[in-house]
Ligand binder design. Structure first.
Ligand SMILES: [Zn+2]
Length: 414
């Protein structure tokens, strides 16, 4: 969800690549070629309690006790083929029948409406996994299973992750390991609440959440350092409630001095996602930033927003939200004008370049100088602000009260 994780992603990819190479170049003591299993119906070789698959759609996910909740996360965009690696790795049908067993790397491939693995075809979904560590589409798991679904000739990989494991793994990508324990604990509650809120309204019948910034960054289980697990454990099972429902606990990297209301950011009000002052995120590397946009880049963004721009392109902010964030942008060229949502302009430019909407746009040479404050949409908890509050001795409960006013912290609805 936050912009912070992007800073870490090259390192994550590098480490994942190194881990993957190590695995491929000798992780398995004795590599065996793919073969059909001798035993067709094993008695669940994977510890079911730790990484249990979710019940079928329509059953009561939301009535399970929180500590038994499973969050289903989409791992890949629809792809033709998914590589898996493990020692050993097994493939099951949804009914638990073992259909393949191998060591090392192999692929599951979409073949029309079926899934091909080795020389075998399956009409339904397949579960791949191991009792030891394994990887799917480059993401590492300590044990468990990942479901592979054929959706209109392309494969989706969906990890089913116990809630508390998911919270620690998301923290490891969304937060800095250098954050104070109280800041990590506050974010753990936000991550857990966001996940439970999302699972109550799944994005798709097959999965609850995406694995990227549109929901929360989940990138497997390598580098889930002890402080992230400690934050999940300290707040185990705690959610933020609004009335009798888990809150929509959005968060972001750095607000730049004042958070944004959901009403102004997205046109949808929530009583606890209101604008609050934040004097604690000044230590963020993105508290103030500057981006130089070239003329060609501006023309490309304008084109994407429906204006065929020439060299005389003008870009200006024409309206702002009450917190000073750009709301509407006016583009003009050759006597033609086009107004667009500032968020669409930010998306067009790239959200890691134009880090927030708290911006001023000035002409500079042939292009523009964009000066800004903060990183992310600005709604809900400010991560760097939380860390600042924690440095001032505030507890995670006080941090949550500040950024989500009016919510109740509890393990249950009542
Ligand atoms: Zn802030």
């Amino acid at each position: 969800m936050s912009g912070f994780s992007k800073k870490w992603r090259p390192w994550v990819l590098l480490l994942a690549g190194i881990a993957g190479f190590a695995l491929l170049s000798g992780g398995c003591a004795a590599k065996k070629p793919w073969k059909p299993p001798v035993q067709q119906k094993p008695a669940h070789p994977v510890p079911e309690k730790k990484f249990e698959l979710p019940p079928p759609p329509g059953t009561t996910l939301e009535t399970r006790p929180l500590h038994e909740r499973i969050i289903r996360v989409l791992l890949t965009l629809p792809v033709k083929s998914i590589a898996v690696d493990g020692c050993p790795i097994r493939v099951w049908k949804e009914d638990g029948t073992l259909v393949a067993e191998s060591t090392g790397t192999f692929s599951l491939t979409a073949d029309g409406s079926r899934i091909r693995v080795g020389g075998m075809h399956s009409d339904g979904s397949l579960d791949v996994g191991s009792a030891a560590s394994f990887s799917v589409a480059g993401r590492k798991f300590p044990a468990g299973r990942v479901r592979v679904v054929n959706r209109q000739g392309k494969l989706l990989a969906i990890a089913a992750i116990p809630l508390e494991e998911y919270v620690a793994a998301v923290l490891s990508r969304e937060a800095s390991p250098s954050f104070q324990p109280a800041a990590l604990a506050a974010l753990a509650v936000a991550v857990r609440t966001y996940a439970v809120n999302g699972a109550a309204k799944p994005r798709d019948p097959a999965y609850d959440l995406l694995n990227g910034v549109d929901d929360q960054v989940f990138d497997g289980f390598d580098r889930v350092f002890p402080q992230f697990r400690a934050a999940a454990l300290e707040t185990r099972g705690l959610l933020l409630w609004s009335g009798d429902a888990p809150a929509r606990a959005n968060y972001h990297s750095t607000c730049g001095g004042r958070t944004e209301s959901a009403a102004d950011a997205w046109g949808k009000p929530y009583p606890y996602l209101v604008s609050v002052p934040c004097d604690d995120c000044r230590e963020s590397p993105a508290y103030r930033w500057e981006y130089r946009m070239t003329l060609d880049e501006g023309k490309r963004i304008a084109q994407g927003l429906g204006l065929r721009a020439r060299d005389d392109l003008k870009i200006e902010v024409v309206s702002k939200s009450p917190t000073g964030r750009a709301a509407r942008i006016l583009l003009s060229s050759g006597g033609v004008t086009r107004e667009a949502a500032a968020s669409a302009f930010r998306q067009g430019a790239g959200t890691t370049k134009v880090k927030s909407l708290m911006i001023e746009i000035d002409r500079a040479g042939n292009g523009w100088k964009i000066t800004g404050k903060g990183y992310g949409h600005g709604v809900g908890l400010c991560q760097w602000g939380s860390d600042g509050m924690a440095h001032r001795g505030r507890s995670y409960q006080e941090i949550l009260e500040h950024y989500y006013p009016g919510t109740r912290l509890s393990a249950g609805a009542s």
